[in-house]
Write a protein that binds this ligand. Structure first.
Ligand code: PHE
Length: 333
């Protein structure tokens, strides 16, 4: 055997073949049709001097057989070590239970509200949490220095210019600026107010805003849609009432209460406010270049925390923000 072949023989015997990749690499190196070492040696047979040809051919063949034998052994060793029960694994042990997560009660409530309104034909719109004063106040008919601007204690980023939105109503403005009527949108989102934190108020919370602007939209349409919504959320027999109220961007304005039965209370329950609403003020339509002589609209806005707390019987808003898994686990969807 020539020296070359002897070196190759050594390599064939010494290459470790413990993994699938090593076996593949070994097969390619020696037997590949295009570049395999053995294949190349075979091709050289016709060029070998006739007197040496026989021995050469036998040597190359012997190498080829060693390669094949090693491949065969390695393959067998590998597949028997992968067989079940050959390592330390006890395959009779019960499987590990993957803990199942659930949606946050606020997300569930928000989804429920948005889903109800999408089924009435409302489209979902979103704005930005950092707003400017014009969208959050001015375009919504809050006059400069009007006490209503103090009503919502604002987190200003730049006093009088940019702020964390105090409600989702600025999205009404954004939507109406970007598309002509008819507009029918539902706007879920997070809002911020600089309020003292207590069991009933937090510095951030969620609202869902609704807006419908078209020709001939009336207060009756508003009452109808909100009644349908209250039934979806609180059951067919829900009692609700509209109470006159004030918002700068709606005229007339109302707040909606639902009757919450509670046998422990005198009177058997109490009225709870769930949202604010009204007919879009003509000044707001003018601010977004919609002609109030042609179009009318209604708007409403509700607090998601409030509704979640009612639905799930939660009595402290802060628990919704503590991310205590023991609390959250109770609200499996
Ligand atoms: N933006 C009002 C609030 O935050 C709610 C509202 C929205 C009222 C739309 C009327 C119409 O209190």
């Amino acid at each position: 055997m020539s020296e070359d072949l002897a070196t190759l023989r050594q390599e064939i015997e010494d290459t470790p073949l413990g993994t699938e990749e090593a076996i593949d690499g070994f097969r390619i190196r020696f037997l590949s049709r295009k570049q395999g070492v053995i294949t190349a040696l075979m091709k050289r047979i016709p060029d070998i001097a006739p007197e040496n040809r026989k021995t050469y051919g036998q040597d190359v063949n012997a190498l080829k057989q060693r390669v094949e034998a090693r491949l065969e052994e390695a393959q067998q060793a590998l597949s028997s070590s992968n067989a079940p029960g050959t390592d330390q694994t006890d395959i009779t042990l019960p499987g590990r239970v993957v803990p199942e997560g659930s949606l946050h009660p606020l997300t569930q409530t928000m989804d429920l509200i948005v889903h109800a309104f999408s089924s009435y034909g409302f489209q979902i719109a979103e704005g930005t949490e950092i707003e400017d004063d014009w969208h959050n106040f001015t375009a919504l008919n809050f006059p400069e220095d009007h006490p209503a601007r103090d009503m919502q204690d604002t987190f200003f980023i730049e006093e009088g210019k940019t702020l964390l939105r105090t409600h989702t109503s600025p999205v009404q403005i954004r939507v109406m600026k970007s598309q002509p009527p008819p507009v029918r949108v539902i706007v879920p989102g997070r809002v911020y107010r600089n309020e003292a934190i207590s069991y009933k108020s937090y510095c951030l919370f969620h609202q869902v805003e609704g807006l419908y602007v078209d020709q001939g939209v009336s207060m009756a349409d508003l009452k109808h849609i909100l009644h349908a919504f209250a039934r979806t959320l609180f059951g067919h027999d829900v009692r609700m009432r509209f109470r006159p109220s004030f918002f700068p961007f709606t005229e007339p304005s109302a707040e909606v209460d639902i009757w919450w039965p509670d046998p422990d209370l005198p009177g058997g329950g109490r009225w709870l406010e769930i949202l604010g609403c009204g007919m879009v003020d003509p000044n707001v339509l003018e601010a977004v270049d919609v002609d109030p002589e042609v179009y009318t609209g209604y708007a409403f806005g509700m607090g998601v925390e409030r509704i979640a707390m009612l639905r799930y019987g939660i009595d402290d808003i802060r628990t919704l923000y503590e991310n205590d898994v023991r609390f959250l686990k109770q609200f499996k969807s």
